[in-house]
Unconditional design. Structure first.
Length: 226
C-alpha cells in the first residue's frame, strides 16, 4: 500500500489523499487507519469530516477542531461541497452523460446497498451526474459528481445501470483487483474553508503504478488542454 499524501494543510484542517486499502477510521481489522496516520503526523487529535470506503482512494478532509469539523460537515449536509470522482467501469452507460436518480436501501447484515428506480418504504433518494470521458479496450472512464452523500451511492448506482466499477465484485464486477482496490477515486473537492469566504478547490492525483489509472490520467490531461 502506498502512503497517504498531504494535499493541503492549514490551522483548521488537513486534506489528505487516502490510498485504497486503508480504512478511513479504526475498524475491527486493527489495520492502520487514515485518521490514526494523520494524528501521528500532526501530533494532535483530529476529526473525520468525510469518509471514503476502504477500497476507494482519494481526498478526505480531517478537521483540527470541533468547530472546524462542524463548519465543513455543514457544507456536506447542505450539498454545497462539489465532489468529483473518476472511475473505470465495466459496460457502457446508456448515454454519454446523464443524471441518475435512485432510491437506496441497505441490507442490515451484508451492508450492501440496493438501488431502486422508484421510491419505496425506507429508501433514501440518491442523485449523481456522470459523463463519459473515454474508452479503453475493456473499460469506460467516467467523471462522476454525486449530489447526495449516501453509503456506497456511486458503486450501487453505477452497478444499477450495468456499469459496475472495475474490481468491485460486491456490486457485480467480473473479477476483483489483485490488491482488493476498486477503480474509483475521489479526485476533487471544492468547499469554503473555516475562517474564509473564498472557495478552495483541491485535487488528489490518481494512483500510480497501474496501467488503467495511467490511461485515465491521460484522458484527464487531454480534457484540460482541449
Amino acid at each position: 500500500m502506498t502512503a497517504p499524501r498531504i494535499c493541503c494543510e492549514d490551522s483548521a484542517f488537513l486534506a489528505i489523499s487516502k490510498p485504497s486499502g486503508m480504512p478511513a477510521q479504526p475498524d475491527p481489522t486493527g489495520d492502520l487507519s487514515l485518521l490514526c496516520w494523520a494524528e501521528r503526523y500532526t501530533g494532535q487529535a483530529l476529526h473525520v469530516v468525510n469518509r471514503l470506503d476502504r477500497p476507494v482512494s482519494g481526498l478526505m478532509l480531517l478537521a483540527k477542531t470541533a468547530q472546524a469539523m462542524a463548519h465543513l460537515q455543514r457544507q456536506f449536509r447542505e450539498s454545497s461541497v462539489e465532489k468529483v470522482y473518476v472511475a473505470a467501469v465495466e459496460g457502457e452507460p446508456p448515454e454519454e452523460s446523464g443524471v441518475l436518480i435512485h432510491y437506496l436501501t441497505r441490507h442490515r447484515r451484508t451492508h450492501r446497498v440496493y438501488a431502486w428506480p422508484d421510491e419505496r418504504l425506507r429508501t433514501a433518494r440518491a442523485e449523481l451526474h456522470y459523463r463519459l470521458i473515454g474508452r479503453g479496450e475493456r473499460y469506460c472512464f467516467l467523471l462522476v459528481q454525486p449530489l447526495s452523500g449516501r453509503h456506497h451511492q456511486i458503486r450501487a448506482q453505477l452497478a444499477a445501470i450495468g456499469c459496475p466499477v472495475k474490481g468491485d465484485v460486491r456490486y457485480g464486477a467480473r473479477r476483483a483487483n489483485r490488491d482488493r482496490s476498486i477503480h474509483l477515486h475521489a479526485w476533487k473537492l471544492a468547499f469554503t474553508p473555516p475562517g474564509s469566504d473564498q472557495r478552495l478547490c483541491l485535487e488528489a492525483p490518481l494512483p500510480e503504478g497501474d496501467a488503467l489509472w495511467s490511461a485515465l490520467s491521460e484522458q484527464l490531461y487531454a480534457m484540460s488542454i482541449g
